[in-house]
Design a protein around this ligand. Structure first.
Ligand code: DX5
Ligand code: ZN
Length: 257
């Protein structure tokens, strides 16, 4: 079963990122936080059969957020059994300290929080130099102006729609103004949204301009029918897309250069 070393090569990463880039958007990336960790191989298989393109890994350090989840060694074991692109959300006080471990583990998109990075540019450049995609994330209270100066340094922005730290919380609609602000500032930049996404909120997020929806408890529902959950989400995403792209009202947002 050790035909997997190749999954850690830079060519394998480039191939995964090509799949990621080619995926029709908006799309759903399930967060594995709420999957059954005793059966991750089976969970990944079920997601693949349901048409998922990539998965979201929530890394919690017990310091930046209250909870602990898992680290790079776990991600590395998962990489041995899947070709899914790993969208890796580092909810950590010191993401730079652990970046190399996540790159070596076969992670592909690395998401770091602006709240812990007075100047995110060196870390974003390290992420890209490693062959990964760099994404900047902002928590609900953090204004768009905090990330506005760095939009040329990122491949994506992730807007948190709950306070990070656990799954199953309620969506905070007020963050959609930040999605609109990013969309207005960079019409082509991928925008992810994370937290409390269910069919109704998925439509709202897409209408505001989100291109990637991170969904935890909304996919890993108790009946185990992930395909049905994803189909319901897809239906509402289509509705949200049709509702018409990007509202222009950005009144009340912090100004930015
Ligand atoms: C929140 C995490 C999310 C979250 C998603 O701390 O970053 O990825 O677990 O879970 P739901 O969809 O249940 O909010
Ligand atoms: Zn996340």
């Amino acid at each position: 079963m050790e035909m997997t070393a190749d999954r850690f090569s830079s060519a394998a990463r480039a191939a995964r990122l090509a799949v990621w880039d080619a995926a029709p958007r908006p799309f759903v990336t399930p967060s594995l936080l709420n999957c059954n960790f005793a059966r991750v191989g089976e969970e990944l298989d079920a997601l693949r059969k349901a048409g998922v393109v990539g998965v979201h890994l929530d890394v919690m350090d017990g310091h930046f957020v209250d909870n602990l989840s898992y680290g790079a060694s776990v991600a590395k074991d998962w990489r041995r059994v899947t070709d899914f692109p790993f969208d890796t959300h580092l909810m950590m006080s010191d993401p730079g300290k652990y970046l190399d471990a996540f790159v070596d583990a076969g992670c592909d998109i690395i998401v770091v929080h602006i709240e812990v990075l007075p100047n995110p540019v060196p870390l974003l450049r390290r992420i890209r130099a490693a062959g990964c995609r760099a994404s900047l994330c902002l928590n609900p209270p953090t204004p768009f102006s905090a990330i506005a100066p760095y939009l040329d340094e990122v491949d994506a922005v992730l807007v948190m729609s709950v306070h990070p730290g656990k799954g199953g919380q309620s969506f905070m609609p007020e963050v959609l103004d930040k999605v609109r602000a990013v969309r207005a500032a960079r019409p082509a930049l991928p925008i992810s949204i994370d937290g409390g996404i269910k069919p109704v909120t998925a439509a709202e997020a897409v209408a505001a301009g989100a291109t990637q929806l991170v969904v935890g408890t909304g996919v890993f529902r108790p009946d185990g029918n992930y395909a049905a959950a994803l189909a319901e989400l897809a239906q509402e995403i289509r509705r949200g897309s049709q509702r018409g792209s990007v509202p222009t009202e950005t009144a009340g947002l912090p100004s930015h250069e």
